[in-house]
Design a protein around this ligand. Structure first.
Ligand code: GLA
Length: 727
């Protein structure tokens, strides 16, 4: 049993293979959080302390006892109105405008399998792979029923949380804020690791001490964003990649979010993840239910690599879906950096022939094939083929590409509209705009109001018409601006629009994946502006970044790896000087970096020398050889490309029999000290044989000291060492 309710102590214990999570219903029916960490037995309510705390008010039910205060006790689901003045997870406004709430335990249900969330992505599992717990809290005055949902996947050390709020009363109330997960740590010092960025440089790693006052990350952009990823990790100050405690919260949602951590007056730490509260206000009518999206949580007592492994394998097996979930993805050539908007049908066929000649599996036609779209100022919303530009029907082009033995993919950006488009001219009110105001333009485009069903339906039909014309094997789903001008014509309340927008997006994607089960979809948002576990439920891979510079990519992919599987990271080799940074890196290095992702190219092979072409053929072959190991092996970060002279990372098969270590030098100096790459996660006392040299290495030494990176001239040299275990 993964979930145990102790009738006598009134505790819920959630156990995974290596972790335990515990909460308690106290004598007042208040749900207190007790513990989340290393697996343990017993009742942990001895951790609670009670004292008369000035200016921390007392629960009325406690009578003359001044030691009982919500403000000092660890809460499982803190809310405004309880006398807990720390950051609430739940703010509700009654129909008189009072911000007030009082939630007490009502009932609980334990079931086999994993709960689902209507209209939202969520971790899924078979009956024997997970258990679910629903703890029902009620506010009788409001008529609010709050179901705290927990999913436990023991194998992955994953616990999920979500919240369902039902109005069982006679009057409506507003949800003004809701965090799906809130954790209180009674004691301890913590660091917060989070991932900030910008367009072209997503998911930079940062680690800060958690102190008094709060640290806040999040997005008001309508999407999870380039600026902060919805992933937070807490560690103890001593925690490293391989040692110490680490906890993660990862939001399974693609819209705005708010992540918060801070120390309170008694040095307790509160940590939350949930919906962005600004521009959010959700009126709940009698009988209606609101679902707060899911947060995945995990804990590792063995450092950050283990933590990432938990998240990566759970996402790969229990978030991603569809035919491609476990399949090695086709190596592709994408037309974007090869020719941007400037192409003809002939040019595309030439690119496809080159791709085939170089051993690739798929050709992808990026932006520019539809409507009036010869630059990024027009055409979005008009999803019909520009046959003049292609020199004929799409089917004609695609059939020829299929005949070459290649798969074919195409780019779309369904959520957007250009003012210069037939769609906008016919339905200007379908773009999010505030009446009487000129909207904010970004990339000269506006966002379609996906909170409206008729808008979603119309675009869905348009996209289906394209997909029904001809067999399309892959779709790149792009989203190239942040949302502003949040106003929807039909909304009950403008505070629901951003949430309903995401439900509209998910509805579209759900219908699309159901109708085209063989279609591989790659998510994208100006690169990695919507790289989150919510999107991964529909699109098993996401373009990591518009930045294809191999050195920047080392950092971007390093940051991404903390919360997401390698199989999800869209990564391509592009031309040099790199078109985003101007940097020149060796082709071998670009290949090594992109190989630790879905792998492909976006360049014009016609511009390459024979030597470069030979190198690409080699890369494609190497990648195919190691694809399974890269795709589903355990992944270890061996150094930090932000601070170390070498960026290094490792893949090891589940059984430890096969090993691939990659390294890229980031510094080169005259007369340099040697740098060693230390391996991780190897079985003890094993012997490994390096494939190229046949040389034998003992695992204990590889893990203790590692191997020296060969000296050499020039910057950004890449190495790949492959090993088989011989003992
Ligand atoms: C975005 C994507 C790119 C490319 C362009 C096309 O920026 O991230 O890969 O598809 O759009 O306009």
């Amino acid at each position: 049993m993964a979930i145990i309710f102790d009738e006598e102590k009134r505790t819920f214990s959630l156990h995974t293979r290596h972790t335990t999570y515990q909460m308690k219903i106290d004598k007042f029916g208040v749900l207190l959080h007790l513990y989340y960490g290393r697996k343990t037995e017993g009742c942990l309510d001895y951790l609670l302390t009670f004292a008369d705390r000035g200016f921390s008010g007392n629960l009325y039910d406690a009578g003359q006892d001044r030691t009982y205060s919500y403000d000092a006790l660890p809460q499982e689901f803190p809310y405004l109105g309880s006398g807990d003045y720390r950051s609430p997870a739940f703010v509700v406004k009654d129909n008189n405008g009072a911000l007030d709430c009082d939630l007490r335990f009502d009932s609980y249900f334990i079931s086999k399998g994993k709960y689902g969330l209507k209209g939202l992505p969520a971790v899924y599992a078979d009956q024997d792979q997970a258990e679910s717990l629903e703890v029902v809290l009620k506010d009788t005055r409001l008529g609010a029923k709050v179901s705290l949902l927990y999913g436990v996947l023991p194998k992955y050390d994953i616990i999920t949380r979500a919240v369902a709020v039902k109005n069982e009363g006679g009057a409506s109330f507003d949800i003004d804020k809701i965090a799906s997960a809130s954790l209180d740590f009674l004691t301890g010092s913590y660091d917060l690791i989070s991932f900030y960025g910008r367009h072209g440089m997503e998911r930079n790693y940062q680690r800060n001490k958690v102190s008094h006052g709060v640290q806040l990350i999040g997005s008001r952009r309508g999407a999870s964003s380039h600026q902060y990823n919805p992933l937070m990790i807490l560690t103890n100050p001593q925690t490293t990649e391989t040692q110490g405690s680490a906890w993660a919260m990862e939001f399974v949602y693609s819209g705005g979010f708010r992540g918060m951590v801070g120390k309170d007056q008694y040095n307790q730490t509160r940590w939350q993840m949930g919906l962005m509260a600004e521009q959010f206000s959700y009126p709940l009518e009698p009988g209606a239910v609101f679902y707060a999206p899911e947060v995945m949580m995990t804990y590792s007592s063995e450092g950050l690599s283990r933590l990432s492994n938990n998240l990566q394998s759970c996402i790969r097996s229990h978030v991603c879906r569809g035919r491609y979930k476990d399949q090695i993805r086709p190596v592709l050539l994408n037309s974007w950096e090869a020719c941007y908007f400037q192409f003809t049908g002939e040019k595309l066929l030439k690119l496809a022939r080159d791709a085939k000649d170089l051993g690739m599996d798929m050709f992808v036609l990026d932006d520019g094939w539809f409507g009036k779209r010869n630059d990024d100022n027009s055409g979005l919303g008009d999803w019909y083929v520009n046959e003049d530009k292609l020199g004929g029907k799409l089917k004609n082009l695609v059939d020829q590409i299929h005949d070459m033995g290649l798969l074919f993919g195409i780019w779309v950006e369904p959520e957007m509209v250009s003012e210069d488009s037939d769609l906008y001219r016919a339905h200007p009110d379908w773009a999010l705009t505030v009446p009487g105001r000129k909207p904010i333009r970004s990339r000269n485009q506006l966002v379609l109001d996906f909170s409206r069903k008729e808008v979603v339906d119309t675009i869905f039909d348009q996209i289906c018409q394209v997909l029904d014309q001809v067999r399309i094997d892959y779709l790149k789903w792009d989203y190239n601006r942040s949302i502003s001008d949040v106003y929807s014509q039909n909304a009950r309340d403008q505070g629901t629009v951003l949430y309903d927008y995401i439900l509209g997006l998910y509805d579209f994607l759900e219908r699309l994946t159901a109708r085209y089960p063989d279609l591989l979809i790659e998510g994208c948002s100006g690169g990695g502006g919507r790289f989150d576990a919510g999107m991964l439920y529909y699109t098993p891979q996401i373009w990591c970044s518009d930045n294809t510079d191999a050195v920047d990519r080392l950092r971007i992919q390093y940051g991404t790896s903390f919360g997401y599987p390698i199989s999800a990271m869209g990564a391509h080799v592009s031309a040099v000087p790199n078109e985003q940074s101007g940097r020149v890196t060796p082709l071998g290095t670009r290949g090594t970096v992109a190989m630790s992702g879905t792998f492909g190219y976006e360049l014009d092979p016609g511009k390459l020398s024979d030597k470069e072409k030979a190198e690409i053929r080699r890369q494609v072959a190497v990648r195919k050889q190691y694809a399974r190991l890269i795709f589903s092996g355990k992944y270890y970060r061996l150094s930090s490309p932000f601070t170390d002279p070498v960026g290094a990372w490792e893949f090891i098969s589940e059984d430890g029999n096969e090993l691939l270590v990659n390294a890229v030098t980031l510094e080169n100096h005259c007369n340099m000290p040697a740098t060693y790459v230390r391996f991780s996660g190897l079985p003890k006392d094993a012997i490994y044989k390096e494939t190229e040299t046949g040389r034998l290495y003992p695992s204990n030494a590889l893990q203790q000291i590692g191997i020296p990176v060969p000296f050499g001239m020039g910057e950004y040299r890449a190495f790949q060492w492959h090993f088989d275990r011989v003992r």
